[in-house]
Design a protein around this ligand. Structure first.
Ligand code: CMP
Length: 209
């Protein structure tokens, strides 16, 4: 049987779970099979154990990361040992784009919460991809605008609301982002712990309790 090149590419993507996931990511959704495979071939696969630091704030950075399995969080560490979680990452989320663009050190820490598998794309390869596919850059700007909005929301919460109100707003945001509607309410799977919530609202675990 003779297969066309298009069919071969499509079946190659279907057989590779990393490519299946890449295809679903907003910034790469527009790519045809050939472009997606070419992008994937520029990436390397790396694994981190749960609890390890994938990237540290202030370190130099020259690669974009895509989380394909596990969970991670973007976090700032305070001098007093407190943590402030800026974002929780699940498979399909990417990070590390800021240092890639401005050439400055990493703006935050990224910690693997569980064993995590990531695709790593070096700056040069990503820039080459953006030149070939400018729509990826437009989609990336949209994503960065959305992250800036979330950051504004965090600033607003910290500056203008008390802990109870911050906690309520955070729970509502989590429910809106990843809650499942059921007859008797909204179910949040993989419920954050009290410590996780404390890190999200900038307080200590006892206060959340
Ligand atoms: P970079 O600064 O290269 O390394 C840390 C990464 O964390 C950063 O790129 C972004 O991808 C991500 N990041 C930093 N700040 C935020 C934020 N406020 N919300 C979501 N992600 C962030």
């Amino acid at each position: 049987m003779i297969h066309s090149r298009d069919n071969l590419e499509t079946s190659f993507i279907k057989r590779n779970p990393h490519l299946v996931l890449l295809r679903k990511i907003n910034i790469f959704k527009h790519l045809n099979d050939e472009a997606l495979i070419s992008l994937y071939r520029r990436m390397s696969v790396r694994r981190w154990h749960g609890g390890s630091i994938v990237m540290g704030q202030h370190e130099p950075g020259d690669a974009l990361y895509v989380l394909v399995a596990g969970r991670a969080k973007v976090v700032l560490f305070g001098d007093n040992g407190r943590e402030m979680t800026l974002s929780v990452l699940s498979p399909g989320d990417f990070f590390g784009e800021m240092a890639l663009f401005d050439g400055k050190p990493r703006s935050a820490n990224v910690v693997a919460e569980r064993d995590a598998t990531l695709l790593v794309l070096e700056r040069e390869s990503f820039m080459a991809h953006l030149t070939e596919h400018p729509e990826t850059a437009i989609r990336l700007l949209k994503e960065m605008a959305s992250r800036l909005r979330s950051a504004n929301e965090i600033i607003n919460n910290l500056a203008l609301h008390d802990v109870t109100s911050r906690l309520t707003r955070t729970l509502v945001n989590i429910a809106e982002d990843r809650g499942e509607n059921h007859d008797d309410g909204i179910l949040i799977r993989h419920r954050p712990t009290q410590q996780d919530l404390a890190n999200m609202v900038g307080t200590c675990r006892e206060t959340v309790s």
